[in-house]
Design a protein around this ligand. Structure first.
Ligand code: DP6
Length: 327
């Protein structure tokens, strides 16, 4: 029996990963830059044993169906191959989210699974190689290996595509991110399918890539200068450009709902009223607000005027991946 357990926190991209040049290896079209957060995390344990005849996957204590288990098995195969161990496994994954709002994150989930496999199979991976392994599960997971600001270097091969921390002199500790959870009743387009459809069909995709390369420079400079306004502006603008590509895809789609727009308008109105805050959104309707810790309580109270408290979650910078003891 080989056991391992790890905890990984989720991350939110300020400069988005949006499109793959290699779907098998999960090599992205552009570099992305994220902030790891403390509010959402996943703890995953894995036990490999020659006594198991198949892989089994429990998520939040629920036995998962074949489709969900297949995805996990696919990832386990990569880890098993690296280790030269060919035993089946039981994977138990627990998502820790402040409310039951369907905020499960593939970033924290796959990073935690990679961390657990690293321990269980004695892979002894460097953080760079752990990031490369997590990337194979879900692109954004490669950034959750580290805390704080993280950049994923797109690279051009399995060897050269991985995330690294962005030096910031702990500036991330002065920041906060407030989530506005928005209920989505429309049918999902997963980030994986959405980004592929965009790469394949969006008229704006090439312009997105050009813009993302410029935006990441701006974000790096803003972090180096600890310039909150510059970081906020490029975060919001980059998100809007990513979402613009979906409208020019075929068939067109959007992750925005009326409540997402209400939240975005609110942020812009707060800014006009002198608050220093900016939004970002991923492949779903939730809106995330980047602000400075010193302003976060005021902004939170202002948001409570338009959104019920159970839809608001305050997050701060989080840590990188951690190994845990098996119970
Ligand atoms: C919009 O990492 O979920 O959140 O690599 O296909 O698993 P796969 O996609 P995923 O995509 C994340 C997209 C995003 C932007 C980002 O996190 O950078």
């Amino acid at each position: 029996m080989h056991n391992g357990k790890a905890r990984a926190f989720t991350n939110i991209a300020l400069i988005k990963y949006w499109g793959k040049k290699d779907q098998q290896l999960i090599l992205p079209m552009n570099n992305s830059l994220s902030l790891t957060l403390d509010a959402f995390y996943t703890e995953t344990s894995v036990s490999f044993s020659k006594d198991y005849s198949h892989d089994t996957f429990y998520l939040d204590d629920q036995l998962q169906n074949e489709k969900a288990t297949q995805k996990i098995s696919h990832f386990l195969d990569l880890a098993r191959k690296q280790a030269g161990v060919f035993e089946h496994a039981i994977v138990r994954s627990q998502n820790f989210v402040p409310t039951a709002a369907g905020l499960a994150s593939s970033a924290s989930g796959l990073a935690a699974l990679a961390g657990a496999c690293n321990v269980a199979l004695g892979l002894n991976l460097t953080t760079k190689n752990l990031s490369r392994l997590a990337r194979r599960g879900s692109g954004s997971a490669c950034r959750s290996v580290y805390g704080g600001f993280v950049e994923w270097e797109k690279g051009n091969s399995d060897q050269t595509s991985y995330a690294s921390p962005v030096a910031s002199h702990h500036w991330e500790d002065d920041l906060a991110m407030i989530f506005i959870l928005i209920n989505d009743k429309t049918k999902d387009v997963s980030s994986r399918n959405g980004m592929q459809r965009t790469v394949d069909t969006s008229l704006y995709y090439n312009d997105w890539l050009k813009a993302a390369n410029i935006d990441i420079e701006k974000a790096r400079t803003a972090i180096a200068n600890q310039d909150f306004q510059a970081l906020g502006e490029v975060t919001e603008a980059n998100c809007l450009k990513m979402h613009a590509t979906t409208l020019a895809a075929n068939p067109p789609f959007t992750y925005w709902t009326p409540d997402s727009l209400k939240a975005m308008n609110k942020v812009q109105a707060m800014r006009q009223a002198g608050q220093n805050c900016y939004f970002t959104m991923d492949a779903g309707p939730n809106v995330k607000i980047l602000c400075q810790k010193k302003d976060s309580e005021t902004i939170y109270r202002e948001l409570q005027k338009d959104f019920p408290s159970h839809q608001l979650i305050m997050a701060h910078a989080g840590k990188g991946i951690e190994t845990l003891e098996m119970e």
